[in-house]
Design a protein around this ligand. Structure first.
Ligand SMILES: Cc1cc2nc3c(=O)[nH]c(=O)nc-3n(C[C@H](O)[C@H](O)[C@H](O)COP(=O)(O)OP(=O)(O)OC[C@H]3O[C@@H](n4cnc5c(N)ncnc54)[C@H](O)[C@@H]3O)c2cc1C
Ligand SMILES: NC(=O)C1=CN([C@@H]2O[C@H](COP(=O)(O)OP(=O)(O)OC[C@H]3O[C@@H](n4cnc5c(N)ncnc54)[C@H](OP(=O)(O)O)[C@@H]3O)[C@@H](O)[C@H]2O)C=CC1
Ligand SMILES: O=C(O)C(=O)Cc1c[nH]c2ccccc12
Length: 386
């Protein structure tokens, strides 16, 4: 058993790093275990080339480190990666890379978390003891592909959006993108730009906004209630895009910001896909009904052959796989049991960072809340011992 510097953090993504920095500001040491060989691995290894932040930079910085004024308002992926590397360097964080946390269990007699960590370079396993444990392994830990009837008969390439880099690779093919979140909508656009016959499955209603509308909405939410901001933003979106239902894109009844707050579902922030849909360059299909080899039948009876499928059907948390006593804070899906704004705090020194479905805005809030709470608990413990 190795004694830890008080706090163990699982994951060196934005959440793990931000929490380590917020703790550091309160002079609380922590140790970060990261299974990959770098920080921000989602951004470096599991995202497409043309990705840029959809929210303006003022909503995306991590605690204690603002973006320079020279950085563009909407930050490209490579700039965000440089920012994350600079964050690690500025605060002299030393995440332990190639360290896969394979289990964490609460030792009730020691009142500490036993964290079993595998060094994936040497295969050596160490067990660390920590008073506090932060789950920062991500809401987007693993790509999710639904178990669709007939999918195993599809002879073409099937990938998840997290493995998609650019349309180059698919030139001249007929591609079906399944899922119309931000990943699916942008990948359908990128495929079409690269000479791919690109179609997208839109099963349920979805809000279509653009960067400016979201920006205006985020600003107004500081002063006005959700209902009012939603109505205004939906009105402006209607002027900008017109009625999209004739293209297979229906709007949800609830507004975009209330839906985001209540369910975590993000509105789609259009990067040019809608124009291509209107021009008929990208075809929209409703839900999939049947897959037979290359041949796909949709719920409205339309049919088409495809060479490749990109599943932009979202992600799942994998925290339940390694956190043995997960019920102190997580549900069966590996997500917090408590609703926002209480989602970050569990029992017995267990915390969740980055599980509020509010992107980088939520991550900064979690990091500060967790650090403050640990500070209070830690101080109480230490004062008792004096
Ligand atoms: C394509 C895409 C684009 C996005 N764009 C935006 C955006 O523009 N704006 C925004 O606000 N949000 C965006 N998000 C949301 C995004 O999830 C966050 O921005 C952010 O990366 C989440 O940070 P995180 O640290 O919580 O999780 P992650 O970035 O997923 O980091 C978790 C880390 O934990 C590690 N890990 C997991 N399990 C273990 C284990 N057992 N042992 C050790 N290490 C482990 C992983 O390797 C990973 O490095 C985007 C998400 C995706 C998928
Ligand atoms: N630049 C940026 O800022 C970007 C940000 N992101 C963010 O990353 C997170 C993940 O986004 P994303 O990867 O798009 O995942 P999401 O979970 O947001 O979207 C998944 C999509 O797949 C659909 N879907 C799921 N199962 C099926 C099925 N069986 N058939 C058809 N459709 C299905 C869902 O529809 P339904 O919900 O109706 O079931 C939903 O539209 C989000 O928070 C997103 O905003 C992503 C890309 C770019
Ligand atoms: O990119 C995402 O999915 C995010 O979660 C960032 C985000 C936080 N609040 C929002 C409100 C509207 C659109 C995106 C976001």
């Amino acid at each position: 058993m190795l004694e830890l510097p008080v706090v163990a953090i699982v994951g060196a993504g934005p959440s793990g790093l931000a929490t380590a920095v917020s703790l550091q500001q309160l002079s609380i040491p922590s140790i970060i275990f990261e299974k990959e060989n770098c920080c921000a691995s989602l951004w470096k290894n599991r995202s497409y080339d043309r990705l840029k932040l959809h929210l303006a930079k003022e909503f995306c910085s991590l605690p204690y480190f603002r973006f320079p004024t020279s950085t563009p308002k909407y930050i490209p992926k490579q700039t965000f990666i440089k920012y994350m590397d600079a964050y690690v360097a500025k605060f002299k964080l030393k995440p332990l890379y190639c360290r896969f946390v394979q289990s964490a269990t609460f030792n009730t007699s020691l009142k500490k978390w036993a964290v079993e960590v595998k060094n994936t370079t040497t295969n050596k396993i160490d067990v660390y003891n920590a008073q506090f444990l932060i789950i920062a392994s991500g809401e987007n830990s693993e790509g999710f592909i639904p178990d669709l009837h007939g999918l195993d008969s599809f002879p073409g390439e099937i990938i998840h959006s997290s493995h998609y880099k650019s349309g180059d690779h698919f030139h001249g093919k007929r591609a079906l993108v399944v899922g119309c979140g931000n990943s699916g909508m942008e990948i359908a656009y990128d495929l079409n730009n690269n000479g791919v016959d690109s179609s997208i499955v839109v099963k349920n209603p979805v809000h279509i906004l653009n960067e400016e509308l979201v920006y205006v909405g985020m600003k107004l939410l500081k002063f006005f209630p959700f209902g009012l901001v939603d109505r205004l933003v939906m009105f402006l979106a209607r002027i900008k895009y017109g009625d999209l239902s004739k293209y297979g894109l229906r709007r949800p009844e609830k507004g975009p910001f209330i839906l985001k707050a209540r369910t975590g579902r993000s509105p789609v922030i259009d990067v040019g896909t809608i124009d291509k849909i209107k021009k008929g360059e990208i075809k929209v299909f409703p839900g999939l009904a049947k897959i037979q080899g290359n041949h796909v039948t949709f719920e409205n009876g339309e049919e088409k052959d495809f060479d490749t499928m990109v599943f932009a059907t979202g992600y799942r948390s994998t925290a339940n796989e390694w956190l043995k006593d997960f019920y102190y804070v997580l549900n069966e899906e590996g997500m917090p049991k408590a609703k926002f704004p209480n989602h970050w705090k569990g029992e017995n020194g267990l915390y969740c960072a980055g599980f509020s479905s509010r992107g980088l805005v939520g991550i900064s809030m979690d990091a500060d809340a967790i650090a403050d709470d640990i500070f209070n608990n830690y101080m109480v413990e230490n004062v008792k011992e004096l």
